[in-house]
Design a protein around this ligand. Structure first.
Ligand code: SF4
Ligand code: MG
Length: 471
């Protein structure tokens, strides 16, 4: 409930192999609508209408960006969709996806989630050989690399495979050309991507919840390093990482399980909800608490709080309500304005907390500002004690892999002890689950995990100059 680490994007793509569905843009709309939690700043859809690409995209929520008229105008047999939260420093229409270019070998559109760490270096070297850029966005660099590689390769997949050897970072990307859509997951599988099917349509999405929303079935996770192609003939793949070891050696972002993914999604073989409940149980074993009531930090702490209650035997109840309809709160930089913003967003059920010893379970604490306000509201309403339990370890490192996050210097857990943070937040006690406890909770996942924001071990390296920052 503090300022969250925010996934930058959600992607969705669909290809109708029989070209008979009248509803491609609507399916794409519902797909990105159910991925809205992955990005709220902009939304876009590009469709392939008999070889002509039609696109509508704009800043805003999916439901604000599209209406019936837009969707009616976007007819076709294949589509890509996108939702995005801009990375720090990015703004303007430039960064709104999907993006499309025309190259010697035809049109290509892209919709991506993730971060390319060497994008500026690549941009400079492409400029040196005469490339021309219209935007400041990283994905334009990727399209330029593909267009260049395409000249020397006989397939779009070959050009993408070559690009994958040139870039470093974490990504799930979708491409659309005139006769296919292609999905790509980075060689470590840091960012998620799944394959689904409905009738004669195959689909790719960041999360399985997008398939559930449209009544499609989930087929499988795209493997780390896999380039998966969907055409009229069906699905085919090439593997840049050996198929047999791709999952085992994978490093899916563990923050997907902590907070980013929707609880009803499955990732690399694991239910996100079940892993959160398991983490709550581990937290109860590792950091027990003498309390009358377990409450969740709404809404992302709910599954872990249920697990904590189940394991500890302490009653689970609701004590905090979240107002879902808070839009802009015109927050000024003052302390009281920020407190007012938190009051508008969360309210306390007085009768539930009066004279009680409360343990509040949150999924993660990054800066702790909101948490501090909520704990003080609980005390104002008569809570006798307020203990905070966190279903992830302290966040000590920034993420370079597509989850926008604070600078190292903004992460209190880097320099402060648990006792100091507890005091600042105003809790009676504070406990975090161990990294081992968190990892064990994703038991059953087919892959390994990145946990760099907790342990500083960056499986895909860090951008030039970042070593210093993390010392
Ligand atoms: Fe996920 Fe790794 Fe980034 Fe943390 S550092 S948010 S685990 S990708
Ligand atoms: Mg929360």
């Amino acid at each position: 409930m503090s300022r969250k680490w925010q996934e930058e994007c959600g992607v969705f793509g669909v290809f109708d192999t029989k070209k008979t569905s009248p509803d491609i843009s609507k399916l794409t709309y519902y797909g990105i609508f159910s991925l809205q939690h992955r990005g709220q700043a902009s939304a876009g859809i590009v469709v392939n209408h008999d070889g002509t690409f039609l696109c509508h995209k704009a800043p805003g929520l999916v439901s604000d960006v599209f209406d019936e008229l837009h969707l009616g105008a976007l007819s076709g047999h294949a589509a890509l969709g996108h939702v995005r939260t801009p990375a720090s420093g990015e703004s303007g229409f430039d960064v709104v996806q999907p993006m499309q270019i025309k190259s010697h070998s035809g049109q290509i559109a892209i919709s991506m989630n993730g971060s390319i760490m060497n994008a500026s270096e690549l941009r400079e070297s492409l400029k040196e050989i005469g490339a021309f850029f219209q935007t400041t966005a990283d994905f334009e660099v990727l399209l330029a690399l593909i267009a260049r590689n395409r000249v020397a390769t006989d397939s779009l997949e070959g050009a993408i495979a070559k690009m994958m050897t040139e870039i470093s970072g974490a990504y799930a990307m979708l491409f659309m050309s005139e006769d296919r859509i292609i999905g790509v997951r980075d060689p470590l599988g840091l960012r998620p991507l799944v394959l689904g099917k409905k009738d004669d349509m195959y689909m790719l999405a960041s999360e399985t919840c997008a398939f559930d929303a449209i009544g499609a079935e989930t087929i499988r996770d795209v493997l780390p390093g896999e380039i998966i192609t969907i055409t009229e003939e069906g699905v085919s793949s090439i593997y840049t990482v050996p198929e047999t070891s791709a999952h085992k050696d994978g490093k899916l972002c563990i923050f997907e399980f902590v907070y980013l993914a929707r609880p009803d999604s499955f990732m690399d073989g694991t239910s996100v909800y079940a892993s959160r409940v398991n983490t709550g149980k581990a937290l109860a074993r590792e950091c027990p608490c003498d309390a009358d009531l377990v409450v969740a930090a709404p809404d992302s702490g709910i599954a872990a709080a249920i697990g904590y209650a189940e394991e500890s035997g302490i009653t689970y109840g609701q004590a905090l309500l979240k107002n879902r309809y808070v839009g802009r709160t015109f927050i000024e930089g003052t302390q009281s304005a920020r407190e007012m913003a938190v009051r508008l967003k969360f309210s306390v059920l007085k009768t539930a907390v009066k004279d009680k010893k409360i343990v509040i379970v949150d999924d993660s604490v990054v800066r702790g500002t909101t948490t501090r306000h909520i704990i003080s509201f609980l005390r104002e309403e008569g809570a006798k004690e307020v203990h905070l339990r966190v279903a992830s370890p302290p966040v000590k490192f920034p993420c370079y892999y597509g989850v926008s996050a604070s600078e190292s210097s903004e992460l209190p857990a880097r320099t402060k002890s648990v006792e100091e943070i507890c005091k600042e937040i105003g809790a009676d006690s504070l406990g975090y689950v161990s990294l081992e406890g968190l990892k064990a909770s994703t038991n059953g996942a087919l892959c390994g995990h990145c946990s760099a924001c907790f342990d500083g071990i960056f499986p895909a390296g860090v951008p030039a100059g970042a070593e210093e920052e993390n010392k």
